[in-house]
Unconditional design. Structure first.
Length: 107
């Protein structure tokens, strides 16, 4: 089962920039209810599709500079970076089926 990588301000650019496959970054916070709702879904997706896409999370309270740089105004926000560039943005908690549909081109 693929684990979800935890990113920080220090590791974000290197991890996303050096990735050989798309990276889905979950911008979240400890106090965010919807973030907690989608966390188990993202764990499942990482286990099922970790060979196609890297799953990572970034705590916006610990790395507000990165969240601001990527225009994250509300959480959860999921951004897929492909070739180091933001290519897909998903805002808000969604069901597993809806996330699979949104991520289909990467899986």
């Amino acid at each position: 089962m693929a684990a979800i990588t935890t990113l920080s301000s220090a590791s974000f650019d290197e991890t996303v920039g050096a990735a050989t496959k798309p990276v889905l970054v979950d911008f979240w916070a400890e106090w965010c209810g919807p973030c907690k709702m989608i966390a188990p879904i993202l764990d499942e997706l990482a286990g099922e599709h970790g060979e196609s896409i890297t799953f990572a999370k970034l705590n916006v309270d610990e790395a507000p500079d990165v969240a601001r740089r990527h225009g994250v105004m509300s959480i959860p926000t999921l951004i897929v970076f492909d070739g180091g560039e933001a290519s897909t943005r998903i805002v808000g908690a969604k069901s597993k089926a809806a996330l699979l549909e949104d991520l289909a081109e990467y899986l």
